[in-house]
Design a protein around this ligand. Structure first.
Ligand SMILES: [Zn+2]
Length: 282
C-alpha cells in the first residue's frame, strides 16, 4: 500500500475508535436500534472502498497528479504560494461537497442512492460511513472532475479526503457536547447537534444542514436550521417510509435504490418527481 493509503487507513481507524469510545462514554441519545446496525454500516464502508479500489484505482489523488503533470486547471494557471493554493482548494472542495449533497437530495434518481444513508434508524459514528457503493462512485467522479478542472494540488486532495472522512464520523457521532462548546465550534464547523437535524424524519429538517465540514455554506445559502423542532431527545431519526423495515441489513441497504419508496423527501427542483401512485417502484 502507498503512504497515502496508510495515512488514510490509520486516520480512519483512529477517528472511528475515538468517536466510538466517546459516544459510549457520553451518549447524546439512547440508540433505538442499538448496535445491531453496526455490522451492516461497517460492512458497507468496506464494500465501498473495495469497489472504488477496483473500479477507480487512481482516485482523486490520481486525478490531482494527472492535472499537475499536464498543467490542467485553475491552480496550475494562476501563481499562488503553495500553502495558499492548498487552503483555497480545501475550502472550494468543501463547497463542492456541500453542493453535491444538495444535489443528491434534489434529484430523484440520486436521492434513491442517498436514501441508504438516511434510512439509518439511529445516527451515530457508523452512520457517517453508510453510503451506497453507487453514491460513492458518483461522488468520486464528481470529486475527480473538480480536481482536474481546478488543478487541485495532491496535498490538498489528501488533506481534504482525510478531513472529510474524519469530520463525517465526528458530526454523525452520538456524542454529548456542552452547549457552549457546540456554539463555539459551530461558528465555523459542523457539530453533531447541527448535523443530527439533517437526519430528522421531518422533511424540512432532512432538507437542511447539508454541510459536512464547514458550517458556513448552510448559513450562506439559506439551508441552516439551528435545532430540531422536536428537540434532540424527542426527534425521530430516519425516513418515514422505512421506519418499519429492516434498515439494519446490508442486503436491504444494497437493494434499496432499486425498489425503495422515495417518499416525499426529494426537493424535486430538477427533474421529474414522484407523483402519487408511481413513486413506489414496488
Ligand atoms: Zn443527506
Amino acid at each position: 500500500m502507498s503512504d497515502e493509503s496508510w495515512i488514510r487507513l490509520l486516520m480512519f481507524v483512529g477517528v472511528l475508535a475515538v468517536m466510538s469510545v466517546w459516544q459510549m462514554a457520553a451518549p447524546k441519545r439512547e440508540l433505538t436500534q442499538g448496535y445491531r446496525r453496526w455490522p451492516a454500516n461497517l460492512g458497507i464502508v468496506m464494500l465501498d472502498s473495495l469497489v472504488v479500489r477496483l473500479l477507480i484505482p487512481a482516485g482523486a489523488m490520481g486525478a490531482a497528479l494527472w492535472a499537475a503533470e499536464n498543467g490542467w486547471g485553475l491552480f496550475n494557471l494562476v501563481e499562488l504560494p503553495g500553502w495558499a493554493a492548498v487552503v483555497v482548494a480545501v475550502i472550494l472542495l468543501d463547497m463542492v461537497i456541500y453542493a453535491q449533497h444538495v444535489l443528491v437530495h434534489a434529484v430523484p434518481l440520486l436521492w434513491r442512492l442517498h436514501m441508504v444513508h438516511h434510512s439509518d434508524r439511529d445516527i451515530d459514528v457508523t452512520t457517517g460511513l453508510r453510503f451506497h457503493p453507487l453514491e460513492i462512485i458518483f461522488s468520486m467522479l464528481i470529486k475527480m472532475s473538480v480536481v482536474i478542472l481546478l488543478g487541485v494540488p495532491a496535498l490538498a486532495v489528501l488533506i481534504f479526503e482525510v478531513v472529510l472522512n474524519g469530520m463525517a464520523m465526528f458530526n454523525h457521532s452520538n456524542v454529548r457536547l456542552p452547549k457552549a462548546v457546540d456554539t463555539i465550534i459551530r461558528i465555523l464547523f459542523v457539530t453533531p447537534d447541527m448535523h443530527r437535524v439533517h437526519h430528522s424524519i421531518i422533511k424540512q429538517e432532512t432538507n437542511s444542514n447539508y454541510g459536512f465540514n464547514l458550517s458556513i455554506w448552510d448559513r450562506l445559502f439559506g439551508t441552516y436550521i439551528a435545532q430540531p423542532e422536536k428537540g434532540h431527545q424527542g426527534m425521530t431519526i430516519g425516513l418515514t417510509q422505512f421506519l418499519d423495515q429492516p434498515a439494519h441489513q446490508l442486503i436491504w441497504m444494497l437493494r434499496l435504490p432499486f425498489y425503495g419508496d422515495m417518499g416525499q423527501y426529494p426537493m424535486m427542483k430538477f427533474g421529474r418527481g414522484p407523483e402519487k401512485g408511481d413513486s413506489d417502484a414496488g
